[in-house]
Design a binder for this molecule. Structure first.
Ligand code: EPZ
Length: 423
């Protein structure tokens, strides 16, 4: 298994090209199931999770070609789901990647039948899919739970419905949205998630012929159409990758321009960086994060978009571990997303967890150690800590990083980081 070796202490300076957003790309790939015509996606990041979604779709019978890949332009994917051969998403693939569950809505709405393995829990929480199932049954699906699988049936197709989510779920909103595009009649999704990746998916669906109003709001109104057609769509830039490299500039006292980074997707994150003493400026090509290395303790609460994202919580914890004063981080989205705490503690971070909150007392410095990655964002928080720590840190189990960060070593290395992958 690969490891990363990082020798910290270098203020990172330079520019990084931001890749396409993983959490948009995965759902956009699944949207290809909604039409027998070709969907072309540009700026798809080269990531293990993207490969996994492609494998799942191929297993359903989708013909996929991925074109040349260029840094900053990602890969081009052409997907054609004219000849679907399987309506089953098997355990072997779904258990490796929870996002696989988004094939449920598209397969069900187009074919009236879909069977998807229950994903099970994961490192950051139990993560049930009850809201996905509620939405599909409101649209007329019969849901059976059989031998670890969800079997959804709608032999006469789905119908429009008024869906009222009792909490905000990205995945359930996406499944409901895709299912509604081909349902008979109008579907209203109340309390919809507003993450920019959902807007990106909705815009792609509109280019495929879907009728969606309220994009970007918490009330989506979808008028079902008989069929969707092919389209071309460019994946939006990854706001979490952008935020992660902003944190790399902050924690090392550096200065990095994030090419393609979109300020409008990151308002809550930028506000917190500024409160912590990091200077963020808009540039013609994206945005720039500059720090003199003097960080202040701040309080953070994770919330659904437009609030502070849970996917930036671990990175801020690494940064606040070397801030002046105390910080309080409250995690409101997932019940077990402090897996990075014991590993950061091995590097000298002073963190105490009480239920959903973590109190961080800023330390003068972090020290290198051998640490282990537990999930994607936890892993990258260890990379950030290592970039600031004195000495040589080894991070084990970095396959988590390959799921969500394209060319991490190259991007950080180009800004002066001493980082190498050991095979
Ligand atoms: C998406 O996960 C992202 N993943 C996550 O990114 C992200 O952390 C999360 O949204 C929140 O922003 C992808 O897009 C592939 P949810 P998702 O449904 O859709 C509960 C990363 O690091 N819930 O919004 O699975 C759930 O348990 C990751 O890139 C139910 O109770 O998240 C959680 O507490 C990891 N019932 C909360 O809602 C349901 O049916 C929000 O989950 C569905 C969700």
């Amino acid at each position: 298994m690969d490891k990363l070796r990082i020798t910290g202490g270098v203020p990172l300076k330079g520019e990084i090209i931001i890749s396409g957003a993983k959490n948009a790309a995965l759902k956009l790939l699944a949207a290809s199931l909604l039409t027998e015509e070709t969907l072309t996606l540009y700026n798809v990041p080269q990531l293990a999770d993207v490969n996994m979604m492609a494998k799942l779709l191929e297993q359903h019978g989708v013909a996929i070609e991925s074109g040349p890949c260029k840094v900053g332009q990602g890969c081009t994917y052409t997907l054609n789901a004219a000849n679907i051969t399987s309506l089953v998403a098997p355990y072997e693939l779904v258990s490796k990647m929870r996002a696989s569950v988004v094939v449920l809505g598209p397969l069900l709405t187009r074919f009236g039948d879909a069977k998807v393995s229950l994903p099970g829990g994961c490192a950051i929480g139990t993560r049930p899919i009850d809201m996905h199932l509620y939405a599909l049954s409101a649209m007329g699906a019969e849901i059976r739970l059989e031998e670890g699988y969800v079997h959804a049936l709608a032999p006469n197709g789905l119908h429009g419905a008024e869906i009222q989510f009792d909490k905000v779920s990205v995945g359930a909103t996406e499944n409901a949205l895709m299912a509604a595009t081909l349902a008979k009649g109008t579907t209203i999704i109340n309390n919809a998630a507003r993450e920019p990746e959902i807007g990106d998916l909705a815009h792609c669906l509109v280019s495929m012929g879907a009728k969606i109003e309220g994009i970007g709001t918490d009330r989506l109104v979808v008028k079902g159409v008989d069929r969707l057609h092919g389209a071309e769509h460019r994946v939006l830039p990854d706001r979490i990758e952008t935020g992660t490299y902003m944190a790399a500039a902050a924690i090392t006292g550096g200065d990095i321009e994030l090419i393609g980074g979109d300020v409008s997707q990151l308002e809550a994150v930028i506000e917190k960086f500024e409160e912590a003493g990091v200077t963020i400026t808009s540039t013609a090509r994206g945005l720039r994060a500059t720090s003199n290395g003097k960080l202040k303790g701040i309080d953070i609460q994770t919330q659904p978009h437009p609030g502070f994202p849970t996917d930036m919580q671990a990175q801020f914890m690494a940064m606040l571990a070397v801030a002046d004063g105390s910080s309080l981080i409250t995690e409101n989205i997932f019940e077990n997303r402090f897996m990075h705490v014991p590993e950061l503690a091995r590097m000298g971070a002073k963190v105490v967890v009480h239920g959903h909150s973590a109190m961080i007392r800023g330390a003068e410095k972090l020290t290198a150690a051998e640490v282990m990655a537990t999930d994607l964002r936890a892993s990258v928080s260890l990379v950030l800590a290592a970039l600031a720590a004195k000495g040589e840190t080894t991070i084990n189990r970095i396959y988590h990083l390959d799921r969500g960060y394209e060319m991490l070593e190259e991007k950080l290395g180009a800004c002066g980081a001493r980082i190498e992958r050991i095979h």
